[in-house]
Every structure is written in C-alpha cells, then in structure tokens.
Design a protein around this ligand. Structure first.
Ligand code: HEC
Ligand code: HEC
Ligand code: HEC
Ligand code: HEC
Ligand code: HEC
Ligand code: HEC
Ligand code: HEC
Ligand code: HEC
Ligand code: HEC
Ligand code: HEC
Length: 315
C-alpha cells in the first residue's frame, strides 16, 4: 500500500502546487515551501519506478555510504515489511520523476542540509513506524522542537550508532553539550566510558513523564538502581522522598556525590544558618561547621534513618 504523507505544509501544498503547474518554475528557483509541497505531492501521487533500486544504483552505487543500506534492516529483501521488499529506495526518497536527468529534480532528502522540514521527513518514517511504542513521540519535546528521526538515526549503515550502547551517548551529546560537559565532571554517573547511557533514564522517543524519563517520576528513576534509598525509613528527610534532584545533578557535578552545591550551602538553601552547632560543639577549638562535610559530620543519615533516636538524621 502506498503511504500517504500529510504534513504541516499541506496548506502550502494546495496553494503552491497550483502555482507550480501554472508557471512551471525550474527546480532551482523554488522557494523551500514550494519545493516541500511539490515533493510531498510527488510522494503521495507519484509514479514509482518499476525497476526500483536498480534505476537509482545506476548512478549511486559508487557511493559506499549509499550501498551500506544493504547491510542494515532496511536493505533486507527477505523482510516483507522492509522498503527493499516494496518501493525500495523510493519508499523513503519518493518517486524518481525527472531526477534521473542529471539529478536536477530534487528527491526527498534526510541529509543535514535537507531543505525539507523535520515533520515532513519524519512522516516518511512514520508511514511504516506507527506502532504504539511511537505514540509518546507526538507530544515529546523532540517532536515539538522539530528534531528529525534522522538527526539520531543513520539508515545507510550496517549498524545504526543510535542503537549501539557504545555510541548512543555521542548521538545525544552532539546536541546536548551541557550534559556532555556535566558527565565529564569529577563526580558523575559512569557515562564517559559508556557503562551507562542517557537512555538508561530517558526515553528517546518521549514518555508521559517530565523530562522524558522512562519511569513515572525522578525518584522512581533513581530507585530503579539505588533501591536502598527508597526506604521507607522511620525518620525520613522530606526533600529526599520528594525529589532526589533537589540535591543531586543526575548528569554530574564538580562537587562530591554529584551534589548541586557543597554543604553547608546545600543545606542552607532550606535550613536557616542559625549556628546551632556552636551550642553543641563537642571539642574545644573545633569548628563543627568547617571541614569538608560540615553539617554531615553530625547529620550523617541524610537520606533517612531507621534508628529509634535518629529523628535528627544523626544516626
Ligand atoms: C542519472 C543519474 C541518477 C539517477 C538514476 C538517480 N540519481 Fe540521485 N542524484 C544524482 C545526482 C547527480 C545527484 C546530485 C548529487 C549532488 O548534488 O551531490 C543526486 C542526488 C540524490 C539525492 C540527494 C538529493 C537532494 O535533494 O539533496 C538523493 C536522496 C538521491 N539522489 C536519491 C536517488 C534515488 C532514490 C534514485 C532512484 C529512484 C536516484 N537518486 C536516481 C544522480 C542520479
Ligand atoms: C517501507 C517501510 C519503512 C520505512 C519508510 C522506514 N522504515 Fe525503518 N524499518 C522498517 C522495517 C521493516 C524495519 C525492520 C523491523 C524489524 O526487523 O523488526 C525497520 C527498522 C528500523 C529501525 C531499527 C533498525 C535496526 O537495526 O534494528 C530503525 C531505527 C528505523 N527503522 C528507523 C527508520 C527511520 C528513521 C526511517 C525514516 C528515514 C524509517 N525507518 C523508514 C520499515 C521502514
Ligand atoms: C533523540 C534521538 C532519537 C530520535 C529523534 C528518534 N529516535 Fe528512534 N531510537 C533512538 C534510540 C536511542 C533508540 C534505541 C532505543 C533502545 O535501545 O531502547 C531508538 C530506537 C528506534 C527504533 C527501534 C525499535 C524501538 O522502538 O526500540 C525505531 C524503529 C525507531 N527508533 C524509529 C524512530 C522514528 C520513526 C523516529 C522519528 C519519528 C525516531 N526513531 C526518532 C533515538 C531516537
Ligand atoms: C528507510 C528509508 C531509506 C531508504 C529505503 C533509502 N534511503 Fe537513502 N537516505 C535515507 C536517510 C535517512 C538518509 C540520510 C543519511 C542516513 O541516515 O544514512 C539517506 C541518504 C541518502 C543519500 C545521501 C544524500 C541525501 O541528501 O540524502 C542518497 C544519495 C541516498 N540516500 C540514496 C538512496 C538510494 C539509492 C537508496 C536505495 C538503494 C536509498 N537511499 C534508500 C533513508 C533511506
Ligand atoms: C538534533 C539535536 C538533538 C539530539 C541529537 C538530541 N536532542 Fe534531546 N533535545 C534537543 C532539543 C533542541 C531539546 C529542547 C531544548 C532542551 O531541553 O535542551 C531537547 C530536549 C531533550 C530533553 C528534555 C525533554 C523534556 O521534555 O524536557 C531530554 C531529556 C533529551 N532531549 C534527551 C535526549 C537524548 C537521551 C538524546 C539521545 C538519544 C537526545 N536528547 C538527542 C535536541 C536534541
Ligand atoms: C541517572 C539518570 C539520568 C541519566 C543517565 C541522564 N539523565 Fe538527563 N535527566 C535526568 C533527570 C532526573 C532529569 C530531570 C532533572 C530535573 O528535573 O531538574 C534530567 C533532565 C535532562 C534534560 C532536561 C534538562 C533541563 O534543564 O530541563 C536533558 C536535556 C537531559 N536530561 C539530557 C540527558 C542526556 C543527553 C543524557 C546523556 C548524556 C542524560 N540526560 C542522562 C536523569 C538522567
Ligand atoms: C541505570 C542505573 C542508575 C540509575 C537509574 C541511577 N543511578 Fe546513580 N549510580 C549508578 C551507578 C552505576 C553509579 C556508580 C556507582 C559507583 O561508582 O560505585 C551511581 C552513582 C551515583 C551517585 C554517587 C556518585 C559519586 O560520585 O559518588 C549518586 C549521588 C547517584 N548515583 C545519584 C543518582 C540519582 C539522584 C539518580 C536519579 C536521578 C540516579 N543516581 C539514578 C547507577 C544509576
Ligand atoms: C537533602 C539533600 C539530598 C537529597 C534530597 C538526596 N541526597 Fe543523596 N546525598 C546527599 C549528600 C549530602 C550525599 C553525600 C553523603 C556523604 O558524603 O556522606 C549524598 C550521597 C548520595 C549517594 C552516594 C553515597 C551513598 O550514600 O550511596 C547516592 C547514591 C545518593 N546520594 C542517592 C540519592 C537518591 C537516590 C536520592 C533520592 C531518593 C537522594 N540521594 C536524595 C544529599 C541528598
Ligand atoms: C530542599 C530543601 C532541603 C534541603 C536542601 C535540606 N533539607 Fe533538611 N529538611 C528539609 C525539610 C522540609 C525538613 C523537614 C522539616 C520539618 O519536618 O519540620 C528537613 C529536616 C531536616 C532535619 C530533621 C530536623 C527536623 O526538624 O525534623 C535535619 C537534621 C536536616 N533536615 C538536615 C539537613 C542537612 C544536614 C542538609 C544538607 C545536607 C539538609 N537538611 C538539606 C528540607 C531540606
Ligand atoms: C556538631 C554537630 C552538628 C553540626 C555540625 C550540625 N548540627 Fe544540626 N543539630 C545538631 C544537634 C545535636 C541538634 C539538636 C540539638 C539542637 O537543636 O541544638 C541539631 C539540630 C538540627 C536541626 C533541627 C532543628 C533545630 O535547629 O533544632 C536541623 C534542621 C539541623 N540541625 C540542621 C543542620 C544544618 C543545616 C547544619 C549545617 C549548616 C547542621 N545542622 C550542623 C548537631 C549538629
């Protein structure tokens, strides 16, 4: 069955396709909206060539990158749903039309410099990839920010780096430079060497949770590996049960234990610096608030305590 493209540019399509037939503008002179509209029209109604890939490979087979398609899932002829078992190259790039006359008539392109909008490119992919697992995509930040499927995925490759645990962090940090910087800081999750990846916590196609987390909440995300922090504790520390990231940066920090700030400042965001430690100083000449851990010297059970007299998180 031939997929139907519907795009944000469909309004423009109706207007500009009339315009194109009326004036027969050369491809070079089309505005990007006109070009997009004409490619969408061609995709929806076009004449798909009978020779399939062969007609394309006449000119494109010298390009190793193009040929790498056949090493991946989309190049398999054996899979009935694969493009190669159907419209072949044209399933993604649209009908050849007059493109074979010197490559002048543009094809649907997914390259970084593609003149097509991301939503239109994505509709091509979604003509086959529309299973329930893709549902969250529509409301995801990536979709709203007009990120293309092919910003992350590489189709002409034996192995798509986005699907490779050793390369997925690179795929994400190509755009997320702040997280890239954070994950190389002194204290961080072991992402630098890819033992952990962004998609241990985030759903790349979006989710129903904030920040596209895989788990319903931030804390559920953390508990999935740090189950000992889940409690329940006899004496809980309110911010811990509420939200781990009120004290930790999940991507990394210059402070120990990925803390957003060091104690005592960390604690004093919420607790008044009332100097109560002077009332409880144990040894003469020793400033209990000083030293690397300050407040934690005494309130060491910061995530909660099960000790009968641990109400002040001291034991
Ligand atoms: C007669 C030779 C020829 C044939 C046949 C041919 N192409 Fe091309 N194609 C070209 C040339 C030349 C270019 C321009 C290359 C460049 O600008 O670097 C091109 C560019 C492209 C591009 C980039 C388009 C863009 O707008 O940036 C795609 C995608 C493409 N071809 C796909 C195909 C597909 C799919 C087929 C078969 C349906 C096909 N080509 C058949 C010669 C051909
Ligand atoms: C004509 C249908 C069709 C189109 C169009 C299509 N795909 Fe696919 N895709 C498939 C099939 C079939 C598979 C193999 C699924 C399987 O083996 O379970 C696949 C697999 C994949 C995979 C997994 C690859 C792997 O190695 O496991 C990714 C990622 C993917 N497609 C992304 C895309 C993107 C991005 C686009 C648009 C540029 C796209 N697809 C367009 C049919 C299509
Ligand atoms: C932000 C990067 C990113 C974008 C954008 C993206 N993907 Fe993916 N995709 C991934 C990653 C990472 C995986 C691997 C998921 C895993 O291993 O759990 C994946 C997996 C897949 C798979 C393999 C099967 C599956 O669901 O796990 C398909 C098919 C796929 N993506 C299609 C698409 C399509 C279609 C689009 C556009 C609508 C798209 N992707 C957009 C990153 C992305
Ligand atoms: C499943 C969709 C899909 C199929 C099928 C497909 N391509 Fe592509 N093609 C892409 C994507 C996505 C890119 C962008 C680079 C990448 O992901 O590898 C691309 C890139 C290209 C390029 C580089 C120039 C450009 O501007 O996009 C050429 C040329 C090309 N494809 C030709 C072909 C030919 C020839 C075939 C058939 C043998 C084919 N493609 C089959 C999705 C597809
Ligand atoms: C092509 C660029 C690009 C790539 C590649 C990319 N992203 Fe994004 N991502 C964005 C943009 C733009 C935003 C919105 C602005 C922001 O929050 O930085 C965003 C937002 C996010 C958000 C916040 C979502 C929300 O709803 O608040 C998360 C989480 C995220 N990306 C994770 C990832 C992961 C994981 C990967 C790799 C699988 C990835 N991104 C790859 C561009 C990209
Ligand atoms: C250990 C789990 C975890 C890992 C691994 C992780 N993140 Fe996050 N990420 C989070 C949490 C939790 C939030 C929400 C933070 C908040 O609410 O302030 C978040 C938020 C984000 C945001 C939104 C930031 C903002 O300011 O709104 C982006 C973008 C993001 N992550 C990208 C990435 C990228 C890229 C990677 C891989 C390099 C990654 N994350 C790895 C847990 C993680
Ligand atoms: C996929 C598993 C996983 C998830 C999810 C996860 N962590 Fe971790 N976490 C780890 C691993 C692995 C380490 C490193 C342990 C080590 O080095 O011994 C670690 C270490 C830490 C450390 C200590 C860092 C240091 O420098 O000592 C903190 C703090 C931490 N995680 C907080 C969090 C928070 C907060 C969340 C939720 C946003 C979270 N983690 C989610 C696996 C995970
Ligand atoms: C009130 C601030 C605060 C909150 C909220 C918080 N932590 Fe911590 N966390 C700390 C401090 C301070 C340390 C350093 C403890 C030390 O050096 O003795 C730490 C250390 C850690 C460590 C590394 C050492 C260890 O105890 O294993 C992990 C893992 C960790 N936190 C996970 C979490 C998780 C998961 C949550 C949410 C359930 C969370 N934290 C919430 C303050 C907090
Ligand atoms: C995000 C705000 C926040 C941060 C940061 C924070 N706390 Fe708390 N803390 C609270 C709240 C809220 C309570 C509960 C107060 C209550 O029940 O009256 C609490 C309770 C306590 C208690 C028990 C005292 C009591 O009255 O029940 C101690 C001790 C304590 N915090 C120490 C610390 C230390 C030490 C740090 C820094 C490592 C810290 N807190 C960081 C919000 C915070
Ligand atoms: C030398 C040990 C010690 C240090 C260091 C210390 N505390 Fe305490 N803290 C105590 C003791 C003992 C109590 C209970 C007695 C009291 O109220 O004076 C207490 C009580 C508290 C309480 C309960 C409310 C209150 O004021 O009675 C909070 C909250 C608290 N500390 C937070 C902090 C913070 C934040 C820091 C770091 C800026 C800190 N403490 C440093 C020993 C210490």
């Amino acid at each position: 069955m031939k997929p139907i493209l519907s795009t944000v540019a469909i309004g423009a399509l109706l207007i500009s396709s009339l315009f194109i037939t009326a004036t027969a503008t050369p491809w070079e002179n089309l505005s990007s909206e006109q070009l997009e509209a004409s490619l969408v029209k061609k995709f929806n109604e076009g004449d798909y060539s009978k020779k399939g890939a062969d007609s394309c490979l006449m000119c494109h087979q010298k390009n190793d990158t193009v040929m790498a398609l056949f090493d991946g899932k989309h190049g398999q002829v054996t899979n009935k749903k694969s493009p190669m078992a159907g419209l072949q190259c044209e399933a993604c790039h649209g009908p050849q039309g007059k493109h074979n006359r010197g490559g002048k008539e543009p094809m649907i392109s997914f390259a970084k410099d593609s003149k097509l909008s991301a939503p239109t490119q994505n509709t091509v992919c979604q003509s086959c990839h529309n299973d329930p697992e893709q549902m969250a995509w529509h409301t995801s930040t990536h979709n709203l920010e007009e990120i293309a499927c092919s910003d992350c995925h590489t189709i002409h490759a034996a192995k798509d780096p986005a699907l490779d645990k050793l390369h997925v962090n690179d795929t994400c940090t190509a755009c997320h430079t702040k997280e890239k910087a954070d994950m190389s800081k002194r204290s961080s999750h072991p992402m630098q060497w890819n033992q952990m990846t962004c998609i241990d916590c985030h759903a790349p196609h979006g989710s129903m949770s904030e920040s596209a987390l895989k788990q319903p909440t931030v804390n559920d995300t953390c508990y999935s590996c740090h189950s000992e922090k889940r409690g329940p504790f006899l004496w809980e520390h309110a911010p811990v049960t509420e939200n781990c990231v009120s004290c930790h940066n999940p991507h990394g920090s210059v402070n120990d234990s990925m803390l957003t700030q060091r104690a005592p400042q960390l604690c004093q965001q919420c607790h008044a610096p009332d100097g109560h430690a002077s009332r409880v100083t144990s040894e003469a000449g020793m400033d209990a608030f000083g030293g690397a851990k300050s407040c934690l010297n005494c309130h060491s059970q910061i995530h909660g305590s099960n000790h009968p007299s641990g109400s002040l998180l001291q034991r």
